[in-house]
Design a binder for this molecule. Structure first.
Ligand code: FAD
Length: 322
């Protein structure tokens, strides 16, 4: 129920537009690395110094205006250049819907081609984040088209989809990030039960570790992480075949611990002002993340409509649960 509430908020275009005007607020700055490329590169340098590589996400999604998509493309090109110039250990994560997927597929492909081509010339990897079901097949179609000419691309497999088992086999020669899945999907396409999602998640990770190219295991779930550690030991899978990934600002101690234990670790580093949808999905996944909002509301005495509405509703739900 609470999950549905925040997922609903994450897809609300009006609130998204309103939130952009406020810059980094409501506690989002705890989980967003910066507002511009310079600040973000600084955050990446700090993570690199701790043995952690990064995947950089220029926040933004569900773009319906060409101008906005073109501006996003320019921003991503700027990040690619900055990665190269600063020699940092980082690659790019992007959302096809930010680059025109919902406007026109050819337009989106043009934007993606420019990005992937520039990244290739600087030896930078590009990961396609996967969004909701409506955008799943079009995103794979774009990936198929681009992979005819480029090998510096990979994508995400979302374990809640029934089709994930076939997708992972089809894309086994790609570098894949495997996740549970962050959007609200119907029972027509996706498992609804957390136990079933978790079981499928483990199944997909194991399959790709044994049969696929490089595997990024993107989760904050220590049960899954412990399972993977044991699985790779039992199957003599070397550390260079996989990495763990977590989101910037979450479980920082565990991020450092995994890196210090010798595992490849990559932090997903979002930046920019379009934090709203990303942040609402984080609240949907884990209502405890609401403490980021509450701290901010009380510390800074901010009084935005969105923060208080979300906070009041969710606190009511959480305290009734106790
Ligand atoms: C790097 C990265 C990239 C992602 N990319 C995508 C994408 O492209 N598309 C997409 O749909 N989704 C993506 N996701 C989101 C993903 O699909 C899940 O929604 C999200 O990661 C929550 O699931 P989880 O596996 O982390 O653990 P959950 O199922 O949320 O939690 C399982 C258990 O882990 C523990 N736990 C979880 N979080 C915390 C915490 N912060 N502190 C303490 N304990 C905790 C708790 O015990 C919890 O019960 C991405 C996630 C990551 C980390």
């Amino acid at each position: 129920m609470l999950k549905d509430f925040f997922i609903g908020l994450s897809q609300n275009q009006l609130l998204n537009t309103a939130a952009k005007k406020y810059g980094l607020k409501l506690g989002a700055q705890n989980v967003v690395a910066g507002t511009n490329v310079e600040e973000t590169i600084q955050s990446i340098k700090e993570l690199n110094a701790q043995g952690i590589s990064c995947t950089v996400d220029n926040l933004g999604e569900f773009v319906f205006e060409k101008e906005e998509a073109l501006a996003a493309k320019e921003q991503i090109l700027e990040v690619i250049e900055a990665i190269h110039e600063n020699g940092v250990d980082a690659h790019i994560s992007l959302k096809p819907s930010q680059l025109g997927l919902d406007i026109d597929l050819d337009f989106c492909l043009e934007n993606l081609t420019e990005i992937v081509s520039k990244a290739k010339s600087f030896n930078v990897f590009i990961n396609f984040d996967m969004e909701d079901h409506a955008r799943l097949q079009p995103s794979f179609d774009l990936l198929d088209e681009l992979s005819k000419d480029y090998d510096n691309i990979g994508t995400v497999i979302q374990a809640y989809f029934f089709r994930a088992v076939e997708d992972i086999q089809k894309y086994k020669d790609f570098r894949l990030r495997i996740v549970k899945g962050a959007y609200k999907e119907t029972e027509e396409f996706a498992y609804q039960d957390k136990k079933e999602i978790d079981e499928n998640y483990i199944k997909l990770i194991e399959w790709h570790l044994l049969n696929g190219k490089f595997t990024s295991i993107a989760t904050h779930d220590h049960h899954v992480i412990n399972h993977v550690k044991q699985f790779v030991r039992d199957n003599n899978i070397s550390n260079d075949k996989f990495e763990f990934q977590m989101l910037y600002g979450f479980r920082k101690d565990m991020q450092l611990k995994l890196a210090s234990e010798g595992y490849n670790f990559c932090t997903y580093v979002p930046f920019g002002n379009d934090w709203y949808g990303y942040f609402m999905r984080r609240l949907a996944e884990r209502p405890q993340n609401l403490n980021l909002v509450v701290k901010q509301v009380f510390n800074k005495k901010t009084n935005t409509m969105i923060g208080l509405a979300a906070g009041a509703f969710a606190l009511g739900r959480v305290s009734r649960k106790k």
